[in-house]
Design a protein around this ligand. Structure first.
Ligand code: REL
Ligand code: ZN
Length: 416
């Protein structure tokens, strides 16, 4: 029995570490997007996760740091987080893991050596190599038509050239900064005004529809503060009920909500200054109940909300929960969440997404998470074995493939 258990664990962990995945929410871009695709040592070091950690090690004024070049910022972060102290945090150890898996000798502890190793690679080579190492087959980007760098790529017809990359239409400002969205829509020729008129609703619907088609967007996506309430006497409720749900239904796509972020809690930190907030799961409950035909893909940022959200998914099959988002994407929390999600939902959820912003991060984020998924799943198979139920390799593969990509594509109605 002991030998059988050992082998079962080994097979499960091996398959979990090696089967291809779809990364269903990232901030990565295909090479066609030019400078929007971030990669390389300096980008990796100025990742906002590391920026916030590095400020705990210094009294340097924020503005002084931001006035430096990217290379100088990276040098400071390297010194503070890797040289003066050991890089034991998730994001810091991830940087070392990435270098190592890319074949770089980390022992010199000399940043310029690492920079030199990267300088020999082209962006296309790096994208191929990283996807190969991380065994990430398909990547879903985050695409914002109001982004001045991104819009021209779509307008030139280059947004969807690389078949490994898929688009998700991001709609944050329509829901969270309506005055700004009005200005941007007007610039693009949509006749809208701040007042919620029939004409405005029609034009926003037209905008969404045109962009969904142009991008072949897999889903509509937004991140929301923790105090998001629904239904409420609020612009968001009108926008969701009268514009977003009707368009999603017409186009047959899900609506993804990431709930629980307080933007710019510390503005001095810029992108690194966002805070986690508890949310009210009943807003999602109301949406799932009101729109049984609409599919929702949801993640929440507060650890406190995770169990209730998983229970909600037991009640509503139009709800797919996904990922361990941002501050939850650490070994201990991924393990806790994956374990109780499997206990409550079996494999009918998407345990992992990377949220990567810099390309090479795919390597460590997927490696760390896959290991946990494999170990948790192995525990469950061992429990079955102890009751005489033996899973075959084919069945292990099927279960992992469900979680790694099939649940996602099937939920979208785009099963390959
Ligand atoms: O998509 C989002 O709203 C968030 O994931 C991002 O805002 C966040 O900065 C991201 O880098 C977290 O992992
Ligand atoms: Zn994100």
């Amino acid at each position: 029995m002991n030998e059988e258990i050992r082998q079962l664990r080994e097979r499960t962990v091996h398959l979990a570490n090696t089967l291809p995945v779809t990364d269903m929410h990232t901030h990565l871009y295909a090479p066609e997007y030019g400078e929007l695709l971030l990669w390389g040592v300096d980008e990796l070091l100025v990742y906002h996760y590391l920026v916030s950690e590095s400020f705990r090690r210094t009294d340097q004024p924020y503005d002084e740091f931001w006035s430096l070049s990217k290379k100088e910022q990276a040098d400071l972060i390297w010194q503070r987080l890797f040289v003066d102290h050991s890089p034991v945090s998730e994001a810091a150890s991830g940087f070392i893991t990435m270098l190592n898996r890319l074949g770089i000798d980390v022992s010199s502890r000399n940043l310029d050596d690492y920079r030199e190793a990267f300088a020999k690679r082209s962006v296309n080579e790096q994208v191929d190599a990283v996807m190969e190492i991380a065994k990430v087959e398909r990547i879903v980007m985050t695409n914002d038509p109001f982004d001045p760098l991104e819009r021209p790529v779509w307008e030139a017809g280059n947004g969807k050239k690389d078949p490994r990359f898929y688009a998700a239409l991001r709609v944050d400002s329509l829901l969270n900064n309506w005055p700004f969205a009005v200005q941007e829509l007007n610039k693009q020729g949509y006749l809208v005004e701040e007042a919620w008129t029939e004409g405005t609703k029609n034009e926003v619907r037209r905008f969404l529809k045109e962009w969904i088609i142009r991008m072949d967007a897999l889903y509509l996506a937004v991140s929301m503060p923790g105090d998001f309430a629904y239904p409420a006497e609020h612009h968001r409720t009108s926008m969701i009920d009268e514009v977003m749900i009707p368009v999603c239904q017409e186009q047959g796509i899900p609506f993804a909500l990431m709930i629980g972020v307080r933007r710019a809690s510390n503005p001095g930190l810029k992108l690194a200054g966002d805070m986690s907030m508890k949310s009210d799961v009943s807003a999602m409950e109301a949406l799932c109940r009101k729109y049984p035909e609409q599919k929702f893909i949801v993640t929440m940022l507060a650890r406190e909300n995770q169990h209730e959200l998983a229970v909600l998914a037991r009640k509503f099959r139009n709800l797919m929960i996904f990922g361990c988002w941002w501050f939850l994407n650490t070994d201990s929390i991924v393990e806790e969440m994956t374990r109780f999600r499997i206990e409550l939902l079996g494999t009918t959820m998407i345990p992992i997404h990377s949220d990567c912003r810099v390309f090479e991060q795919l390597i460590y984020k997927w490696e760390y998470s896959r290991k946990i998924v494999g170990e948790v799943l192995a525990d469950k198979y061992v429990k079955l074995l102890e009751s005489g139920w033996r899973v075959t390799d084919e069945e292990i593969k099927r279960d992992l493939e469900d979680m790694y990509h099939r649940n996602f594509w099937r939920f979208l109605g785009r099963e390959a």
